[in-house]
Ligand binder design. Structure first.
Ligand code: DC
Length: 233
């Protein structure tokens, strides 16, 4: 069976991971959450005090630290997706904390950080059979991807989903705090100089405001079939 590359980009908390994980399980493909890689880098920089609360980030310090950041993914059979490891430590939970979310857009705007991540991402996708999600996958990482999706959803829907997710994990946070973080990250991600979030010309828009996860998975599987992207070789 021919293997393809699926690139999913879009705004924060619009269900990219849910869709990408489900597609990867269904197609038996590799799944890569590139946001997790920028979050790992941010967590590491926070731990070694290069990122300090309310202080500007010294880019030279970040660049000098990059060689000490090793990011890998290991498949978790019980969860059916690959979890992210920072220097051999599973940090899946820690990187989702609000403190990391508040700093990650600043870190992901640094050219040298992006360069390091993009090299790793291209390497992971070199044999195809991959679903990769992020902000610049269809535009920069895999401009030749077989299928590009650009995901979006109504801001209130996205805030509600993220708020419910954080509450279910026991995080103490208000709806307004979640909304502020999403709005700020969307702004930063679409306005930065280095590889901002934009829709690739050949990406298909998927607005899932009124779709549940199963409906959006069915939509994409139908698309793959209609476009005859995967056929017997
Ligand atoms: O997908 P996420 O919300 O976990 O991503 C966290 C941040 O990382 C997001 O605010 C922007 C950045 N990011 C990026 O710049 N490029 C990517 N390919 C993925 C994420």
């Amino acid at each position: 069976m021919k293997k393809i590359t699926i690139a999913i980009d879009g705004y924060s908390s619009c269900g990219k991971s849910t869709l990408a994980k489900a597609l990867a399980v269904k197609l038996k493909y590799k799944y890569v959450d590139t946001g997790a890689m920028y979050r790992c880098t941010t967590l590491h920089l926070m731990r070694c005090n290069i990122i300090k609360h309310n202080e500007p980030i010294n880019h030279l310090d970040v660049i000098n630290e990059l060689d000490n950041i090793h990011i890998t993914f290991k498949y978790n059979a019980a969860l059916q997706f690959s979890e992210v490891y920072l220097n051999n430590e599973n940090v899946e939970k820690e990187i989702r904390q609000m403190a990391v979310s508040e700093n990650v857009s600043k870190v992901s705007a640094i050219k040298e950080v992006r360069h390091k991540m993009i090299v790793l991402q291209k390497q992971m996708g070199k044999n195809k059979g991959i679903v990769m999600e992020g902000r610049d996958i269809g535009t920069v990482v895999f401009p030749d991807a077989d299928l590009k999706l650009f995901m979006t959803a109504d801001i209130e829907v996205r805030v509600k989903r993220r708020y419910d997710e954080l509450l279910s994990k026991g995080t103490h946070i208000t709806y307004d705090e979640v909304k502020k973080n999403l709005v700020e990250r969307d702004y930063d991600d679409t306005h930065r100089k280095e590889n901002p979030l934009i829709k690739a010309n050949d990406a298909i828009i998927l607005d899932n405001s009124d779709l549940n996860p199963q409906q959006q998975l069915d939509f994409v599987l139908r698309l793959i079939e209609d476009l005859k992207l995967i056929s017997e070789e």
